[in-house]
Design a protein around this ligand. Structure first.
Ligand SMILES: *Cc1c(COP(=O)(O)O)cnc(C)c1O
Length: 485
């Protein structure tokens, strides 16, 4: 029973532990239940031997797939370079055993890291100061929108309620703007896949609060008109927000601050190591230019005469954005990453990310339709539209077939402006051999789509779980074993 639940190998009375003899009076379990009167029966726990238990969880762990096992070209949200040494650094006892309620003088090391990483991230993005409090990219966006609001309130411009978001944006962008009380206005991409200046022009009025942009955008394309966009938005009284979740596209080469952005968030858990999955752990620092410093969350961390202090003295602050100071372990890993990589390392990281993506793009565009055909940055988006028309095979079928080849599929059906999208981000750390392996598999899958489409329609066939009903799984998830009650 290698694939089952642990309950299915349970045998009444079998144990995997051995307690010493009890030296206090035994109380019948019914008495205990009576006293706490919460439950009436014994909990139904699996009864297994020690070896059964070890084998069960070891087998389960071997079904997991991650960057340590194979190629993982998930576009946009993928983990980039995750050096193992960073885990070790975050595990140093001096870091692990601190508590957020300790007095300042006893946590100088952590404050030093927090202060210094803020400086370094500012240098890397061309911003002036920031906050490490947000726990995720989306949380950073939310904080950024709060800063926009605080700024306009201070200016006496409450009528500025409109946030522009391109149709290629990550879904968190419109969500963050909306939840912060702004009205989200979608702007169209042009035929080149970048923001259309004409579409932008329609909204340059006194209601404009600003624009949220990802650059390069989610098609992997650089918004080459960014200086012009910044000029027009600022000229109309708005602000610019930079979604820097995937900074490996440009870091060390160009800076959002120089492009004209006022607020930036970074995803430390994507670009600056920290393996993440299933929703965490994350960290989404927000960095700002001079205009927005007065509104940053409290406390700030300031350096005075060689020691670090919390500073709550910020009248216009939006307040706290998290309970304490942020996700310290993730911040420490990012700091270690920055120090290990150094200036040149960060630069070569983005160079390789871009080179790898363009290499893979060049190999795959021989068979897969590429709707926006330009040099890309760290990722690119293919479309299975023509394969669907010709052979009846969808992006989803291709993704499922990849599982049979032991490869994690790319992101599918995003961005929304590409039909049957397959969004590929190889990342900076893959060798030419891995890229070729993936390209060979994708080209073979193309041949299969043409010659034996049923192989793809029934895929995956080699995984422990075959094709699942994803809508049902999302709408009616079964997350609790209920046995044969
Ligand atoms: C991942 C991502 C986000 C959201 O980050 P989370 O940490 O998942 O909240 C926002 N924008 C882009 C472009 C992303 O790739």
């Amino acid at each position: 029973m290698k694939d089952g639940l642990i309950f299915e190998i349970s045998k009444k009375g079998r144990v995997g532990y051995n307690f010493p003899e009890c030296d206090v009076p035994l109380v019948p379990i019914e008495e205990i239940f009576k006293e706490i009167y919460l439950r009436v029966d014994e909990p139904r726990l699996p009864e297994v031997s020690e070896l059964d238990l070890v084998r069960h969880y070891t087998n389960l762990s071997r079904k997991n797939y991650g960057v340590d096992l194979g190629f993982y070209p998930l576009g946009s949200c993928t983990m980039k370079y995750n050096p193992k040494v960073n885990e070790e650094v975050a595990g140093f006892s001096g870091f692990q055993q601190v508590h957020p309620l300790q007095p300042e003088h006893s946590v100088q090391g952590v404050l030093h890291v927090m202060h210094n990483i803020t400086e370094k991230l500012c240098e890397l993005t061309g911003m002036k100061w920031g906050s490490l409090q947000p726990f995720a990219g989306a949380h950073g966006e939310f904080m950024g929108m709060k800063l926009f609001r605080a700024y306009f309130e201070k200016q006496g411009e409450r009528q500025r309620t409109k946030i522009l978001v391109p149709d290629s944006a990550h879904g968190t962008n419109p969500a963050s703007a909306h939840i912060s009380g702004f009205e989200v206005v979608e702007i169209k991409s042009n035929h080149q896949g970048i923001v259309s200046l004409e579409s932008l022009n329609e909204h340059m009025d006194e209601k404009l609060a600003g624009i949220m942009l990802t650059n390069p955008n989610t098609l992997g394309l650089f918004e080459k008109d960014i200086r012009e966009i910044a000029f027009r938005v600022h000229n109309a009284g708005g602000l610019l927000y930079y979604d820097g979740a995937n900074l490996n596209a440009i870091m060390g080469r160009s800076r959002p601050g120089d492009m004209g952005f006022d607020v930036v968030h970074l995803n430390l858990h994507k670009t600056f190591s920290t393996p993440h999955g299933g929703g965490g752990p994350g960290s989404g620092p927000v960095l700002v230019n001079e205009k927005l410093i007065p509104f940053l969350p409290v406390p700030d961390i300031v350096e005075r005469q060689g020691s670090y202090h919390f500073d709550y003295n910020r009248q216009d602050s939006i307040g706290r954005i998290s309970g304490f100071y942020g996700n310290i372990a993730v911040i420490i890993k990012a700091y270690a990453y920055l120090l290990f990589m150094g200036k040149n390392g960060l630069k070569s990281c983005s160079e390789r990310a871009v080179l790898n993506a363009n290499y893979l793009k060049a190999r795959l565009e021989t068979r897969y339709y590429l709707p926006y055909n330009h040099y890309c940055k760290h990722e690119f988006v293919l479309s299975a539209k023509i394969i669907k028309e010709k052979f009846g095979i969808r992006a989803l079928d291709i993704a499922k077939r990849l599982l049979d080849y032991g490869v994690h599929p790319p992101t599918v059906y995003f961005p929304l402006i590409v039909q049957e999208a397959l969004m590929v981000e190889p990342t900076e750390t893959e060798s030419k051999e891995s890229l070729d392996m993936f390209a060979d598999i994708m080209l073979r899958i193309y041949e299969e789509a043409k010659n034996s489409p049923d192989l793809l329609k029934t895929a995956p066939t080699l995984t422990p779980v075959r094709r699942i009903d994803e809508v049902l799984a999302a709408k009616k998830p079964v997350v609790r074993w209920q046995g044969d009650e």
